[in-house]
Design a protein around this ligand. Structure first.
Ligand code: BDR
Ligand code: CA
Length: 307
């Protein structure tokens, strides 16, 4: 049976890859997207989310989410990694559709209630909407089947600072609310996403099989790969966000270590995800190893099924 899923997203180039992967995957029933700031502002994230669904021919709800972190002041997204508009050099374009009237946290709470025990939530941006949903509905943690997040790092160090991964760094307080909750949480962090790399030739192959949507990803990947090269990484870009979506349906490809976590919320280590064995918190299933070739093959083979 297909996994019922909502992706909470800040699209973003690897977010687009994850969303198109979900559109192609026969074992995923996508119920909608919720948006958040991070790679871009929330306004641009909502526009981009609608645009991706329209490109994929999916008529699904998009719920506009939080525009600022829970506690930290608002920030201007850096255009360095994903470009000014989120999709590298692809120019902005207006979708025809609109977000639903409910905001992201309300949509998450309602959908989790309606599909009690079945909804898999896959946040691939900062965790603000998820924290708000946990705060608004005391039953949300139990209603949701699991929360599989792309973010954090146990032993790998950071990617936005030496200590922090970007999604956690942009709203550490929200991440701490999620790790302190009783929800079943899986963390797909840099410990595994740094092992799953896609190169120029991989994207060329995807575009050859799926000229329309694969072609769009290939075009975006040029900007993304250039960023990686600018920081001395020449083997390809990490499939951060697709890895989390794949972990929702293929947990057997990931090794996990149950670890209670807390998040540093201040100072030089802000955004670091730290093991907290004596915190009394429920353990998070932290992904510590991955069958990277198998994840990458799924990604390439399934995207190749798209138009
Ligand atoms: C995460 O940060 C964003 O730049 C990506 O979209 C991904 O969700 C990787 O650290
Ligand atoms: Ca993202």
């Amino acid at each position: 049976m297909a996994v019922k899923m909502i992706i909470d997203t800040d699209p973003g180039i690897d977010d687009a890859m994850a969303i198109f992967y979900a559109a192609a995957a026969p074992d995923i029933e996508l119920l909608g997207l919720t948006t958040v700031f991070g790679n871009v502002t929330t306004a641009i994230a909502t526009r981009n989310a609608l645009r991706l669904l329209e490109a994929a021919g999916l008529d699904l709800p998009v719920a506009h989410g939080a525009e600022t972190p829970l506690v930290l002041p608002p920030f201007t997204p850096s255009a360095q990694v994903h470009g000014d508009e989120g999709f590298g050099d692809i120019p902005a374009a207006m979708p025809t559709g609109h977000p639903i009237d409910e905001d992201a946290a309300d949509f998450l709470c309602r959908t989790a209630r309606e599909h009690k025990g079945e909804l898999v939530l896959c946040p691939i941006g900062p965790l603000t909407n998820i924290a708000l949903a946990l705060q608004r509905d005391p039953e949300f943690a139990q209603n949701v089947a699991r929360i599989v997040i792309m973010g954090g790092s146990l032993n790998e160090g950071g990617n936005i600072t030496p200590h922090a991964e970007a999604n956690i760094y942009h709203d550490p307080h929200a991440a701490d609310v999620v790790f302190a909750s009783d929800a079943k949480v899986v963390m797909v962090g840099l410990d595994v996403t740094h092992r799953i790399l896609c190169s120029t030739s991989d994207f060329t192959a995807i575009a050859a099989q799926a000229p329309e949507l694969g072609g769009m990803l290939q075009q975006m990947s040029v900007f993304y790969l250039k960023f990686y090269e600018s920081v001395g990484k020449f083997d390809g870009c990490s499939l951060h966000d697709p890895a989390a979506v794949i972990a929702c349906t293929h947990p057997e490809l990931f090794e996990t270590r149950p670890t209670p976590l807390q998040v540093s919320c201040a100072g030089e280590t802000s955004g670091a995800t730290l093991a907290a064995p004596n915190s009394g918190r429920a353990p998070v299933d932290v992904c510590t190893a991955v069958q990277a070739d198998a994840v990458k093959s799924l990604f390439i083979n399934r995207l190749s099924l798209l138009p």
